[in-house]
Design a protein around this ligand. Structure first.
Ligand SMILES: Cc1cc2nc3c(=O)[nH]c(=O)nc-3n(C[C@H](O)[C@H](O)[C@H](O)COP(=O)(O)OP(=O)(O)OC[C@H]3O[C@@H](n4cnc5c(N)ncnc54)[C@H](O)[C@@H]3O)c2cc1C
Length: 433
């Protein structure tokens, strides 16, 4: 990708993963309306429109359950049309606890909507967002390139970007031989993921809890069709989630995306297993609701932590996505939470331009943070409590879990409330496209 010819931007987004790319999409209306100069920096090559998607950490072989609220956000951005053909609607969520009878079902029709959420493979989500951005042709890309240094300078922020193997970059880094650019921005949006180097450079402290658990993910095929049901099953050894996937053109829809949680002590046992051995373990934990598991695809694993940056805004800087908060995937909330942040930030920035305020002013960024804090506290708290409640084999906790699930089954109002939380409803939408 050719280097942009200017070096002074209104906004630079660092990280073109699921959150950074969504941020760029959300800013498109403001970019057009106010001729903002915006750049995106991404360390991995971004795919060409028709090329095969190369490995990119944000767009790996996981799938994401988008809440109904996230669908509404993408609709108002104008991106949903591109995403929808690659999504599988979740019509029912089935939650159960192994060895106990407590279980509950949440149905889309009880909430008067077509689906409780939508499953999309990360690779498709990434490709669709990037295709949309490329079609709109409104932002500049530094890619593949990494931001190596971030320095606030007066009312703007200076970034040193290194780019490998490109003949057109301006300077060469003496030590590494990589090409180097220096750019400035009124606002830098950091979306560089859970292992953010830039936060550390800005002295942003991240609070962290290591759950001592690892998620093993893979796609699995089952004897029975999934019928658009998502399963969350809690067991003494850790939760198992199965999200329904579509295979266009095939009548029997029996492929699901698996998130299988193990404690770190169990990793040495699970990682070397053959497919057949792993399927046996899965079958023992999940049971036969989907019949026998027939096939399992490539397995990958992710360590599970809770992280939250103590500061998410500084003059000229805002931190979003996993870089601001990384959640356990147990409740499928991490990306949905981040997308609500993206949406609010786009609204705040549009408001700031309308009011003639600098995009990087701390007043503007603190307003954004103020509007996000309650949702972040609630969602992080809900996810963390769910992990603690369901990851422990304490018989007392088992009883509480059972009571909770049964109560949910019996009390329509509680269930509606739980459903609304899981669906991510009740938030504001980004500026219309
Ligand atoms: C097993 C699992 C299942 C999950 N399932 C769900 C789910 O169902 N629903 C849900 O809502 N959430 C889910 N999540 C959470 C979701 O995956 C994350 O919220 C999401 O991936 C965060 O994306 P991100 O763009 O913030 O970070 P990342 O995906 O880490 O992207 C960061 C990007 O920044 C780039 N980068 C890093 N440093 C630099 C730099 N210095 N310069 C330039 N570029 C840089 C990287 O190359 C990368 O592309 C799940 C998570 C896990 C682990």
């Amino acid at each position: 990708m050719a280097n942009p010819d200017h070096t002074d931007f209104d906004i630079v987004i660092v990280g073109g993963g699921m959150v950074g790319a969504s941020m760029a999409c959300a800013l498109l209306p403001a970019i057009r309306r106010y001729q903002l100069k915006v750049a995106l920096v991404e360390a991995f090559p971004l795919p060409d429109k028709d090329a095969v998607l190369e490995y990119q950490p944000s767009y790996d072989d996981r799938s994401t359950a988008l809440s109904y609220g996230s669908r509404c956000i993408y609709e108002s951005m104008g991106v949903w049309e591109q995403l929808e053909p690659h999504t599988t609607p979740i019509k029912q969520i089935h939650v159960s606890d192994q060895g106990r009878f407590g279980s509950t079902r949440l149905n889309a029709n009880e909430h008067g909507i077509q689906a409780l959420g939508y499953v999309i493979e990360n690779a498709w989500l990434g490709r669709s967002l990037l295709n949309y951005l490329f079609q709109m042709d409104a932002i500049s890309y530094f890619c593949p390139a990494s931001v190596k240094q971030i320095t606030p300078v007066g009312s703007s922020v200076r970034l040193v970007i290194t780019k490998k193997d490109t003949p057109d970059s301006s300077k060469t880094d003496n030590q590494s031989g990589a090409k180097r650019d220096t750019v400035t921005a009124g606002l830098v949006i950091i979306a560089d993921g859970g292992r953010s180097d830039l936060n550390a450079q800005l002295n942003i402290v991240t609070e962290q809890r290591d759950y001592q658990q690892t998620a093993i993910i893979a796609n699995v095929s089952s004897e029975k069709a999934h019928q658009n049901v998502a399963y969350e099953r809690f067991t003494a050894d850790g939760p198992v989630a199965l999200l329904p996937l579509s295979d266009p053109g095939r009548r029997k829809q029996n492929r699901s995306s698996l998130v299988f949680t193990v404690t770190n002590d169990q990793l040495d046992e699970f990682l070397p297993m053959s497919d057949q051995q792993f399927i046996e373990k899965l079958q023992a934990r999940f049971g036969f609701r989907l019949g026998a598991f027939k096939k399992i695809g490539q397995r990958s694993h992710f360590p599970l932590t809770l992280q939250r940056a103590r500061e998410q805004v500084q003059p000229g800087v805002v931190v979003i996505g996993n870089s601001a908060h990384t959640l356990h995937p147990i409740a499928g909330q991490g990306f949905n939470l981040a997308l609500r942040g993206v949406c609010e930030l786009a609204l705040c920035l549009e408001e700031a331009v309308n009011q003639g305020k600098a995009l990087g002013s701390i007043e503007v960024l603190e307003k954004y943070l103020h509007r996000r804090e309650q949702d972040q506290d609630k969602t992080i708290g809900f996810t963390d409590q769910t992990v603690r409640l369901f990851s422990n084999d304490d018989p007392l906790l088992g009883k509480i879990r059972k009571t909770g699930l049964v109560a949910l089954e019996l009390l329509p109002a509680a269930k509606r409330l739980f459903g609304r939380h899981a669906m991510g409803l009740g938030n504001r939408l980004p500026p219309a496209h």
